[in-house]
Design a protein around this ligand. Sequence first.
Ligand code: CA
Length: 494
Amino acid sequence: MPTSERRGGAPTTGDRRPPNIVFIMSDDHAAHAISAYGSRINATPNLDRLAAEGIRLDSAFCTNSICAPSRAAILTGEYNHRNGVTSLHDTLDADRWSFPKALQQAGYMTALIGKWHLGHGPGVDPAGFDVWRVLPGQGHYHNPVMLEAEGRVVERPGYVTDLITDDTIEFIERQVTTSPDQPFAVMCHHKAPHRSWEPSRRHAHLFEDETIPEPETFDDDLVGRAAVVQAARMRMMDLDPYLDLKAPVPEGLSLDEEISWRYQRYIKDYLRVVASIDDNVGRLLDVIEALGLAEDTIVVYTSDQGFFLGDHGMFDKRLMYEESLRMPFLLRYPRLVEPESACDDIVVNVDVAPTLLELCGVETPDHVQGRSFVDVLTGETPDDWPTSMYYRYWMHRDGAHLAPAHYGVRTKTHKLICYYNDPLEEVGAHGPVNPVEWELFDLVTDPYEVDNVIADPAYAEVRAELVAELARQQEAVGDEPYPRAEAALPTHGA
Ligand code: CA
């Protein structure tokens, strides 16, 4: 991969050398498919090693659970209504500020390898990277082509997770050989484990003779939940036998048997693809160590959002429920972060940019909405640290899933969701407009979110507080409330 000339001098972090960054982000990897997060369905020894040597964030959330918008929020430190990427069909303007740009301007060598999903061509190609090689759109699992600057197309025989890791390793090795004094930041963005979950040959038979446990809420009938959630096409029966399950449904199964069969087909491929990520994270960690970079390198493992792994009988993401909302977030930086630490303070994807910049001694401009969580990483969470987060999904009834447009607020103990159910004039959102619906969950007594208490008189006070908190958050981030939303709150006891 060709590189452009370096600019400027390296930033300073006192007496310390500015750290390198290896930012590994997968696509749709739910935290509950990582053993360090308590998975009961797989083991991820290499991600566990990263967790053991650093910090595990248990309340890291995306502000919009879908690929392009979450990626844009991470890069820009801004919510989607501000950075302009509210849907899968939006592109990120190359002129827009991003943290890799800030690092580059501060003297870092920067690279992006793998999934981009924020547009291709003049004005929207990846910006702020000295080196980039990305998958076009979603890319392919096997023998992918990849794109570079000036429209160069590279054919890559092999398996996508291995190739993205190979290129990341090649970049790091070249950098420490040619410019050992210049810090670097590399974004290693995997395609896996995104749909259609196509394993590598070496993992193709993993779990073959096993039965993967079904999640606690696998049989959730969604009674009492919003009608638009019940109507979303994200259940096991909505998986495509040809594309997703890669096998015809056996004849003679009852409905329950077919649902279980579908789950096994789906989850095994998902976990096989996760295994490729785990192997390759291990490979990357080994290289970082072998090159003597471990002390001076921040290694992050995260995913653009979570995923339903049969939870509530669903697959996919988009909804504000925990399994989809939560991002795994592991960070190792031996100079600052205690090994084997964990934290439950709420951080969101827009906080990533200012955090990494602070760790690198680079200033974050005022327009950035996120807040650095460096103090959270060191166990010194400030007294005024946020205790709630704001979420919005815009793409009403998009594509095959028909997930509803909604926004909401999550505190440490509760979640309030307003399905405003209107495409408005958003790209990738479709009619019809549905009546506004609300959900409220008590995450302490109902951590799996099966009991919607929005109309329960016992929650009248909590509900009023959360409605006020939602309005406060919307004002703070500069988003517009839906005009008819509050009027549609149900009467208590209704
Ligand atoms: Ca994704």
